[in-house]
Design a binder for this molecule. Sequence first.
Ligand SMILES: Nc1nc2c(ncn2[C@@H]2O[C@H](COP(=O)(O)OP(=O)(O)OP(=O)(O)O)[C@@H](O)[C@H]2O)c(=O)[nH]1
Ligand SMILES: [Mg+2]
Length: 326
Amino acid sequence: MEIFADEASIEVYSGNGGKGAVSFRREKYIAKGGPDGGDGGKGGNLIFKVDKSVKTLAYLRQKKLFKAPNGQPGMGRRRHGLDGEDLIISVPPGTVIRDFETRQILKDLSIESEFVFLQGGKGGKGNYHFKSSVKQAPVYAQPGIPGQYAKIRVEINIIADVGFVGFPNAGKSSLLNNLTNANPEIASYPFTTKSPNLGVLKSSAGDIVLADIPGIMEGASHGTGLGIRFLKHISRTKVLAFLIDLSDENFLDSFKILMGELSEFSKELVDRPRVIIGSKIDCDDGVDKFEQLKAKLPSEQIFPLSNYTMEGLDDIILAFVKKVHE
Ligand SMILES: Nc1nc2c(ncn2[C@@H]2O[C@H](COP(=O)(O)OP(=O)(O)OP(=O)(O)O)[C@@H](O)[C@H]2O)c(=O)[nH]1
Ligand SMILES: [Mg+2]
């Protein structure tokens, strides 16, 4: 089983510049050879680039240290040292780079898909640059400029189209299982899902990526249960799907509590396009409770669902397609 590697701490270096050469012409017919030490090559840049075929940060986790090659030293006869090649680190879409210590976001690859993260050091000038009327034979050349270093934390913010939000046991993973070929674990105890599951819903209007995240409970924004750290995974989804378990005795308050926790995480999530799903409509008095929920939230779009009888699935698919492409 592949572990979803959604973060990695790595150390990165750009290449050092090569040093300039100290050299003097030695040719038969030139009595006093002038300085001819060439310049050092530039160090390789360290570049990040988005590559859709890369799905995880597993490679970064494993390798840990990335160093672009150094520039070569200059040589006699004004020959330039070779530049170090750029080192390109390929990462999945949605990757962000944070400072390892402060956790501050340094770069966001959903905004820029390729950039030089660390510049390679410049090569030093060879001694032929330093000839002057008073200094005919300079024995000095510049050293190369050292490359740069950074310790960083690389993370993927999963970019799903629809994120499932609900209390533990609401039937989120069951819905993902019914709509996609993902195979999330489903069980009758809370917090079955401990890290996000992604699945792809194939629709005639194109693929829609669904994210099933761990259950959220009251107080999650203050750390209760698994907390809300997983909300970062759905913080960029286009649409939120709230699953309200109709067999839960507090089903009429669930939506308000969930919204409260979300807004603690990010005010912006409150205005995100959403649908509400009354799940487990097959439970006792399910249909009646569904009507109560609709009456309680008249301005919301609400759909019934049974993951057992498959009731409501078609309408939910249509709603996802419409909202995502709206
Ligand atoms: N009666 C009924 N039970 C359901 C339905 N959907 C899911 N269940 C059951 O409810 C329990 C929880 O389902 P999950 O899909 O694991 O719920 P979840 O929201 O992913 O739960 P966590 O991962 O713990 O947050 C399981 O025992 C499911 O079989 C439904 O539509 N009707
Ligand atoms: Mg689950």
